[in-house]
Design a protein around this ligand. Structure first.
Ligand SMILES: [Mn+2]
Length: 336
C-alpha cells in the first residue's frame, strides 16, 4: 500500500478550495503535472485554481485545461491547501505565490533531489522520472479516476521529462505508467505531433544562430595514450538573437541537448543571456559528471544529468568559471 501520499490525500478530502502551482519557465512536466492535479481535483467537484507565473509555452497550450491557467493571484484565496508540483524551491514558484497571504497547507510534490522541503507536507521522490509520475500515484492514492484529459497531461509530463524515455531516469515504473496513460486515452502520435513536430520556423532560425556559437573544449589532463579525451561543448544564446529571429525565450529550451549530443562530449552547456551581465546556464551531462552538484555551487539545482542556474557576470567570465569547474570534476572522475 502506497502511504507516501496519506497526508496529501487527507488535504484533498478535507479541503474544497485549492491552489495548484509549479515553477517559473515551465516545461512539459511542470505544465502537465500542474494541470493533472488541477483537473483531478475538479473532476471530484473541488475548486482548483491553476497558477503559473509565466505563460504556458506555445507547445503546451493544447494540453487539456491549459486555457484555465491564471498568471496572477491578486485577490485570490484564502485556499484550504496549495499543491506545488515539480518545484524544488518556494521562490521558483514565482512572486505571485510567494506574496500570497493564505495558501493553506502547502503540499510539496516533487522529484528533484535538491528539493529543500519547503512544504508543510513534502512528498519528494528523486527516483521518479517526472513529477507527473507522482501525480499519477497521487490520483491512485486518492482514488481519483484518471480520465482522458488527466492522462494526456501526465503522459506529456513523463514523456518530456524522460526525453521521450531516453534518459536513465526512465524506470520500469515510468513505462508502466505511460502505458496505462495510453490505455486511459493519451494518444502517443497525436501528442508527439503537437509537442515534437510543431515548432515555429523562428525557433529553427534561432537554433541556426545558436549552433554557430558552438565551441568544443577538450578536458585533457595530459594523460598519455588516451584517445577518448572527455570534451565540453558550449553554446550561447543572446538577447540580440531573440530579437533578430523574433523567437521567445522558452524556444531555446532544449538547445543544450545539441551540445551534449556531440560525439565525445560529456557535458553540454548553454549560456542564455537573461539580463545585463546575467546569464541562465543550462547543463547536461552524459556520463558520471553530476551537473546538479555543479549547479548547486552556483545556487541552482536539478538532476544529476540535467541542471541549471542563473549567475551574474560577463559571458567570458561565467564561461571561464563553469568550464574550469567542469574540467576539475572530469579530472577528479578520471582519477577515482
Ligand atoms: Mn520534472
Amino acid at each position: 500500500m502506497d502511504n507516501r501520499f496519506d497526508k496529501a490525500v487527507e488535504e484533498i478530502r478535507k479541503g474544497n478550495k485549492f491552489l495548484v502551482v509549479s515553477h517559473v519557465s515551465p516545461e512539459g512536466d511542470a505544465v502537465g503535472s500542474l494541470l493533472g492535479v488541477a483537473l483531478a481535483l475538479r473532476s471530484i467537484g473541488k475548486d482548483a485554481t491553476a497558477y503559473l507565473e509565466d505563460p504556458v509555452p506555445e507547445l503546451f497550450k493544447f494540453l487539456p485545461g491549459a486555457d484555465t491557467v491564471v498568471h496572477s493571484l491578486d485577490g485570490a484565496g484564502p485556499f484550504d491547501a496549495t499543491f506545488a508540483v515539480d518545484c524544488g524551491q518556494r521562490e521558483r514558484l514565482g512572486k505571485g505565490f510567494v506574496d500570497l497571504k493564505h495558501p493553506g497547507t502547502v503540499v510539496n510534490i516533487d522529484h528533484h533531489a535538491t528539493n529543500d522541503r519547503f512544504g508543510d507536507v513534502n512528498v519528494i521522490v528523486p527516483d521518479a522520472s517526472a513529477a507527473g509520475e507522482l501525480v499519477y500515484d497521487l490520483c491512485k492514492a486518492a482514488g481519483i479516476p484518471i480520465n482522458k484529459d488527466i492522462a494526456v497531461n501526465l503522459y506529456v509530463a513523463i514523456h518530456t521529462d524522460t526525453g521521450s524515455f531516453r534518459y536513465s531516469s526512465a524506470t520500469p515504473e515510468s513505462f508502466i505508467k505511460a502505458g496505462e496513460l495510453v490505455r486511459l486515452g493519451a494518444e502517443p502520435w497525436e501528442i508527439s505531433r503537437r509537442v515534437y513536430e510543431n515548432h515555429p520556423a523562428r525557433k529553427y532560425k534561432l537554433l541556426g544562430m545558436v549552433l554557430s556559437t558552438l565551441e568544443i573544449i577538450e578536458a585533457a589532463n595530459g594523460a598519455a595514450g588516451t584517445n577518448n579525451v572527455p570534451k565540453i561543448a558550449t553554446l550561447v544564446v543572446t538577447k540580440e538573437m531573440f530579437r533578430q529571429t523574433g523567437a521567445e525565450k522558452d524556444q531555446a529550451d532544449g538547445f543544450v541537448n545539441y551540445a551534449r549530443g556531440i560525439e565525445g562530449v560529456e557535458v553540454g552547456v548553454l549560456f542564455r543571456e537573461a539580463g545585463p551581465d546575467e546569464y541562465k546556464v543550462s547543463m547536461r551531462s552524459k556520463g558520471d559528471i553530476d551537473v546538479a552538484a555543479i549547479s548547486q555551487d552556483f545556487g541552482g539545482g536539478g538532476h544529476r544529468n540535467a541542471a541549471g542556474f542563473t549567475v551574474k557576470g560577463s559571458l567570458d567570465e561565467i564561461k571561464g568559471r563553469v568550464v574550469a569547474i567542469v574540467k576539475e570534476r572530469m579530472y577528479a572522475a578520471e582519477r577515482s
